[in-house]
Design a binder for this molecule. Structure first.
Ligand code: UDP
Length: 310
């Protein structure tokens, strides 16, 4: 598991260890953290290797793997905008090394791609056949194009060398273990609401996202891992909300009396995003089951333990 100490990676480690798999977690701990997997350290079927998969991917002699999951990349916009070259390296060099490992072991490769491959979408909701609208030189391109390249490389290894691959396009996901300073919208709004600080809506807040609770996302990723589907396949929750509505929803569920303030919209921030999950429903028999209220409540419970009130 590359990126196994990150937000999604650590939840995927939990799920796989929990069902009896052995997991080698590789992470450079740049945006992931040891705390995310602290409860797994010492487990007989889990090990953490601190390394950068963009530079080297090596297993101990005699170790055999039957799956390689590539979740190694900064994922929050402020995080990847602060690490543009590392993000490009993770998508390109990191993905190449992990695909080579997969091939050497005759394993299955799970590529964690993103809805960002659709950029500013002209097709709504986004179907997998939509090719996207990405500015290749815009600031977000370091993430979008790295993931597009990773998909291309994954497909090339599949077509030319027969590597067994599955590509997931992950839409906005939230839940426990997002870091309070991560910068993504759900963690920002919840932390701000709990602290009694103003909720920072970027732009006029009319832009939309479709938010998936982490447990559902992991179930979808495991379904893809266990299948023989190549994809790409959208794994996300089609419950689409404007960011202004989300801010008020978080205020309602937390009972916070924080204000809502408006701040500048980041460059190239997509105006709308919603997955078409027909393919995942049909091929993986997967769809999300946890609604926004329950998911937000469970995320609030997590942040309430670590954030001081006003
Ligand atoms: N956003 C916001 N306030 C925040 C953080 C984000 O209004 O404090 C907006 C952001 O502009 C975007 C949406 O929420 O339109 C989702 O942002 P996020 O960074 O979570 O992920 P993205 O979908 O942009 O990768």
């Amino acid at each position: 598991m590359a990126g196994g100490a990150g937000f999604l990676g650590s939840h995927l480690c939990d799920r796989l260890v929990g069902r009896g798999d052995s997991v080698i977690c590789m992470d450079n701990l740049s945006t992931g953290s040891r705390e995310n997997v602290a409860h797994l350290l010492g487990h007989e079927r889990f090990s953490l290797v601190v390394c950068d998969v963009s530079e080297k991917v090596e297993l101990e002699d005699g170790v055999k793997v039957d799956a390689v999951c590539n979740l190694a990349s900064p994922a929050s916009p402020p995080a990847y905008l602060a690490r543009p070259l590392d993000t490009l390296a993770a998508g390109s060099e990191g993905t190449r090394r992990l695909l080579e490992l997969t091939r050497a072991h005759g394993a299955r490769f799970l590529m964690a791609s993103t809805s960002e491959v659709y950029g500013e979408p002209e097709v709504h909701p986004q179907v997998e056949s939509y090719r996207g609208n990405v500015d290749p030189v815009g600031p977000r391109s370091v993430y979008d194009e790295a993931k597009r390249f990773a998909e291309s490389l994954t497909m090339a290894m599949h077509r030319t060398l027969g590597v067994n691959v599955g590509i997931a396009r992950i839409f906005n996901t939230y839940g426990p273990r997002l870091s309070p300073g991560d910068g993504r919208v759900v963690s920002n709004f919840i932390v701000q609401a709990l602290r009694g600080e103003p909720l920072t809506v970027y732009g006029d807040g009319s832009q939309t996202r479709s938010l998936c609770f982490v447990d559902d996302e992991i179930t979808g990723l495991v379904a893809l891992l266990d299948s023989s589907l190549t994809g790409p396949v959208n794994i996300g929750n089609p419950d689409e909300r404007s960011m202004r509505d989300l801010a008020h929803f978080v205020l309602e569920v937390t009972g916070s009396r924080s204000d809502v303030v408006f701040e500048p919209l980041p460059t190239d921030d997509p105006t709308r995003r919603c997955p078409d999950i027909t393919l995942a429903r049909r091929e993986l028999r997967w769809e999300p089951t946890i609604g926004l209220r329950e998911g937000i409540e469970r995320t609030i419970d997590y942040f309430a333990q670590m954030v001081e009130g006003p």
